[in-house]
Ligand binder design. Structure first.
Ligand code: SF4
Length: 344
């Protein structure tokens, strides 16, 4: 539908102002419209404090990008909802809504497919289809809020795709979702997760230093990491950790390292000692991911007991570590970077 029209889910407030001025309208209308967009309306007609004639004009000259919930699974255990969404061009993406004590959180996708080829990840198996637009990243939040009727105040960009492989759209999305005229999500409540694209990590330290950065490490051993994550060939562990230290120095913010515990591979005493040695002295936090559900990949998870043991060891070594709470396990709701063998 209306493929060439300006998508108002996509525009910045300033772009919206310019658009309205070109239509012969007053620029202040843009604030009203921006607010409606981030309330999740699906048509200009729902913008009830805008005159009918302007709504009709907008309808002819612009659009609000749409996505359709193809499938939704709700966890009976904790209310986690996993969405399969269809984009306008037929590509599909996933997002996951989660409830925490501190509020509601969503894990969004940044690309349709992914070209990073991590071995444990179902999302990247068919390669990259295309980047998502800023509006399509936002749309996942708006659709989930509409579906649940609950506000979302935390965002993790950790679904399908490597966010730093879609950098400009990621930045635009963050700027838009943070605008107080729209949703006004605090930058501190946004986390971006990367498999370790070093040049972009450097850019991010400069461009968005308030946003939390998570790095999927999964092993501090080049051999093991390379086997699991081909990106390690381009950016080996030493270079990655050096870039992480530079990031923390530049921003003064700690980094979260995601570490998936694969039985007999990343969870051995040797691997964990190596991890401790390499991270000691870095301003960081380790998020241990015990993997329980495993199919297809031939890898198996360590379980929560071993994860707690490892967390205690890292703490002893002066490295803050937690074991990720398991949400939506019954619906295989783990995000792209942890979708070990979850299949589709
Ligand atoms: S884990 Fe993330 S970076 Fe790796 S293939 Fe999957 S989506 Fe891409």
């Amino acid at each position: 539908m209306n493929g060439k029209l300006a998508d108002f889910r996509e525009l910045t407030l300033e772009e919206m102002q310019d658009f309205l001025v070109q239509m012969g309208e007053k620029p202040f209308r843009a604030k009203q419209i921006f607010a409606w967009v981030y309330r999740g309306v699906r048509s200009f007609d729902e913008m009830t404090d805008i005159s009918k004639s302007l709504r009709e004009k907008l309808d002819r000259q612009a659009k609000l990008g749409q996505m359709r919930i193809l499938k939704m699974q709700t966890s009976k255990k904790d209310g986690t909802r996993k969405y399969l969404l269809e984009l306008e061009d037929g590509n599909t993406i996933e997002s996951v809504f989660m409830k925490y004590q501190y509020g509601n959180s969503i894990c969004v996708s940044s690309q349709a497919g992914c070209r990073m080829g991590c071995r444990f990840c179902a999302s990247g198996m068919d390669g990259l289809k295309r980047n998502l637009t800023a509006g399509e990243i936002t749309g996942q939040i708006l659709e989930a809020e509409r579906d649940t009727g609950e506000p979302i105040n935390h965002i993790v960009v950790m679904g399908t795709g490597e966010p730093f492989d879609n950098y400009e759209n990621l930045l635009k999305f963050i700027r838009n979702i943070h605008r107080k005229e729209g949703k006004g999500i605090s930058l501190r409540n946004i986390t971006v997760s990367t498999c370790g694209l070093i040049p972009r990590m450097r850019d991010f330290a400069r461009d968005q230093r308030q946003v939390n950065l998570a790095v999927s490490l999964h092993s501090a051993d080049n051999g093991v990491r390379e086997e699991m994550m081909p990106v390690n060939r381009r950016y080996p562990v030493e270079e990655l950790l050096q870039a992480c230290r530079e990031y923390t120095e530049e921003t003064g913010r700690r980094i979260t390292f995601e570490y998936a515990l694969v039985h007999g591979k990343t969870d051995t005493d040797r691997q964990i000692r190596l991890l401790a040695d390499k991270l000691r002295g870095t301003l960081c936090h380790v998020n241990l991911i015990p993997l329980n559900e495993v199919k297809e990949t031939g890898l198996s998870g360590s379980g929560r007991a071993r994860a707690r043991e490892i967390a205690a060891f890292l703490e002893q070594q002066g490295i803050p570590a937690t074991v990720r709470r398991e949400l939506g396990a019954d619906i295989q709701a783990a995000c792209g970077q942890l979708r070990l063998g979850a299949g589709r």
